[in-house]
Design a protein around this ligand. Structure first.
Ligand SMILES: Nc1nc2c(c(=O)[nH]1)N[C@H]1C(S)=C(S)[C@@H](COP(=O)(O)OP(=O)(O)OC[C@H]3O[C@@H](n4cnc5c(N)ncnc54)[C@H](O)[C@@H]3O)O[C@H]1N2
Ligand code: MOO
Length: 398
């Protein structure tokens, strides 16, 4: 495959096929959120574990309700967590608390507030169906059943479910350590005095916070002037310890764009360079040894869009997620879009329900449109105009 100036679809194929999964480690459930399961999960138990009551009430046999109202004798109680201690005969009832085991002879439970209590008796005035308020052993999950697929994201809900099966640890794939090298002789950190021609820098904090938001904990940041030697030094100081190195800036065709020069001279294996998209056209993706190398265009909107569309999917692929790309939906466009027929455009947009509005300030150096943006509209390469009311593809920013 020719790997220069390729389409966005081709880059997705390359990421899905060529990014390798990282090692498997075992983690405690408490630390598992944000990973993907590296194994299918088969339940070691039935769920519910025991047949039990869904309410605080009285357990009895529905055959005791032939004539209504029916008076039943309460012979004792069972709390949640206690072993079964009774066998119920016709005409008898047992007080049960939510989660309590259902004793033999009981086939329904009625809520406390639905009965009249007179001394050690209860009066039931209404019909109650068999199995009413009874949660049966194994009704949700049978022992040995496959309950979660490998590659599923571990969320608090998944953690709770695993814990309810008595599982304490799971296998996941290691998170990569990420090195970010921000290049440019013009950049200043916020807090320093502004000098003519210099700019306050955005890419380092965007990538740092973006990576943290996606659960990456080990992140190193370095800055380099547009100077080949300095850049090379930073690169080799990160290479051994990082699974991913992200450069920002210096990937285009300028005389001082040394990231492009560095990846060539240092024999980084190219996966692709330049994509038919805006922003982010001169993106580079490659590999050196086991480390993935990204050169993101310095324009901040290009950096951030490439982060969502390339970096996060690559990290997710490494971590064994089965869904690695941004969620894609179709929505109705609320305003007209004009563009050149040169590349696929990613347009910062506000999605609401099944509609989407393209925001102003779309140039690659502009970040203000991200303030209200929760989605990217994909305006295809071959199209120069999309009319309000048409359906468009949208990537949801999570
Ligand atoms: N002759 C051509 N010039 C350019 C082309 C081209 O095809 N031919 N492509 C343009 C496109 S598209 C992009 S995108 C940029 C990418 O350039 P670089 O990746 O080499 O980035 P720089 O030149 O270093 O910076 C671009 C722009 O972004 C600002 N910048 C850089 N780093 C930061 C930062 N950390 N925070 C905020 N802003 C940053 C920098 O000052 C520049 O204004 O190239 C076009 N040129
Ligand atoms: O591809 Mo660049 O990010 O359009 O300006």
């Amino acid at each position: 495959m020719e790997r220069d100036y390729i389409t966005f679809e081709e880059t997705r194929k390359i990421i899905a096929e060529e990014v390798e999964e990282s090692d498997i480690i075992q983690v405690n459930l408490k630390k598992s959120c944000g990973y993907a399961l590296a194994e299918d999960i088969f339940s070691p138990v039935d769920l519910p574990l025991w047949t039990n009551s869904a309410v605080d009430g009285y357990g009895f046999n529905t055959k005791s309700l032939v004539n209504l109202p029916a008076e039943l004798k309460v012979i004792g109680e069972i709390k949640a967590g206690e072993a079964k201690k009774f066998k119920i005969e016709l005409g008898e009832a047992v007080k049960l608390y939510t989660g309590a085991l259902i004793p033999d002879g009981v086939d329904a439970v009625i809520e406390v507030e639905k009965v009249e209590k007179i001394g050690d008796k209860i009066v039931i005035k209404e019909k109650v169906k068999e199995f009413c308020n009874i949660r049966s052993k194994g009704e949700e999950v049978k022992k040995g059943q496959k309950v979660i697929e490998k590659g599923t994201e571990i969320t608090p809900g998944v953690v709770g479910f695993l814990s309810s099966m008595g599982i304490k640890e799971v296998k996941v794939r290691r998170k990569p350590k990420v090195g970010v090298i921000v290049t440019g002789s013009e950049i200043l950190r916020p807090g320093s005095n502004l000098k003519e021609g210099k700019i306050y820098e955005s890419n380092s904090v965007m990538l740092l916070t973006g990576l943290r938001k996606f659960g990456i904990e080990k992140i190193r940041i370095a800055f380099s002037k547009d100077d080949f030697k300095a850049l090379r030094k930073r690169f080799y100081s990160f290479l051994d310890e990082c699974g991913i190195i992200i450069f920002t800036g210096g990937v285009s065709v300028g005389d001082y764009d040394f990231v492009r020069v560095l990846v060539e001279r240092e024999n980084v294996v190219k996966l692709f360079y330049k994509v038919q998209q805006k922003p982010g056209k001169p993106i580079f993706m490659g590999r050196k040894g086991d480390t993935l190398i990204f050169g993101l265009p310095g324009n901040p909107a290009a950096t951030l869009i490439c982060f969502y569309e390339y970096i996060i999917p690559s990290i997710k692929k490494m971590m064994g997620f089965s869904r690695i790309f941004l969620p894609e939906e179709e929505k109705e466009l609320l305003n007209d879009v004009k563009k050149k027929q040169d590349r696929l455009y990613f347009l910062r947009a506000k999605a609401d329900g099944d509609k989407v509005f393209v925001l102003p300030n779309q140039d690659s150096h502009m970040l203000s449109s991200f303030v209200n943006s929760n989605a990217l509209v994909l305006a295809p390469k071959e199209v120069s105009y999309i009319q309000k009311g048409e359906k468009v593809k949208v990537h949801i920013l999570t």
